[in-house]
Design a protein around this ligand. Structure first.
Ligand code: SF4
Ligand code: SF4
Length: 195
């Protein structure tokens, strides 16, 4: 590789690192790759880029690998990684931020169903300011391919029965309640679109 190309890659990497640090307010230089975040993650085995590697890849400016990864969709946002980091690096926050960037980017999502769920979840949240499970699952099931897949793999009927049972017990409600937070969430979303 020529020196000019190497310099360009390094500059791109630095720009991505500065962008993520600036947008999250997290000092990623504090990470010394001890791997405690990965060891505390309950779903690390399902990730193609482990939590400590996510931080390293951001430091190296690996934007496309991160936004196209399975990891950002598999992460449960449980924050175990952040809680276990000896240097207070917000690993979970970085992953959530990368997921938000991926949702606004043209990268095809590795985990299509999780991506659809995320989009529907955010859609319902900004619409009502809170989640109504019936509306969320209905909207999810109406997405192309989802209902057919569930009917085929036999998961639709048990899910429907469970939903009806929860309605009967008063745990689920048909009509969503609107929260004042909806307006603020919409405002924040518009602000993010402008970035
Ligand atoms: S626990 Fe913290 S310092 Fe250790 S690898 Fe993870 S982010 Fe880096
Ligand atoms: S927030 Fe994500 S990366 Fe961190 S421990 Fe939970 S699942 Fe793993």
């Amino acid at each position: 590789m020529e020196a000019g190309q190497l310099l360009e890659i390094t500059e791109q990497g630095n720009r991505f690192l500065s962008q993520i640090e600036g947008e999250t307010g997290i000092n990623l230089g504090a990470c010394y790759q001890c791997e405690r975040c990965t060891n505390s993650c309950p779903v690390a085995e399902f990730m193609d880029i482990k939590p400590h590697q996510v931080i390293r890849f951001v430091q190296l400016g690996q934007r496309s690998r991160l936004l196209g990864s399975r990891t950002i969709w598999v992460c449960l946002s449980c924050e175990m990684c952040s809680a276990h980091c000896p240097n207070e690096v917000g690993v979970a926050e970085v992953i959530i931020h990368l997921r938000n960037l991926a949702a606004r980017s043209p990268y095809p999502a590795h985990e299509k169903e999780l991506e659809i769920f995320y989009r529907k979840f955010m859609g319902e949240l900004t619409r009502f300011g809170r989640i109504n499970e019936i509306w969320l699952m209905t909207s999810m099931n109406m997405s192309p391919g989802i209902l057919i897949k569930k009917v085929k793999d036999g998961s639709f009927l048990p899910e429907l029965k469970l939903g009806l049972e929860l309605v009967k017990r008063g745990r689920l409600h048909f009509w969503p309640k609107k929260s004042k937070a909806a307006k603020e969430l919409r405002r924040l979303q518009e602000k993010l679109k402008g970035r």
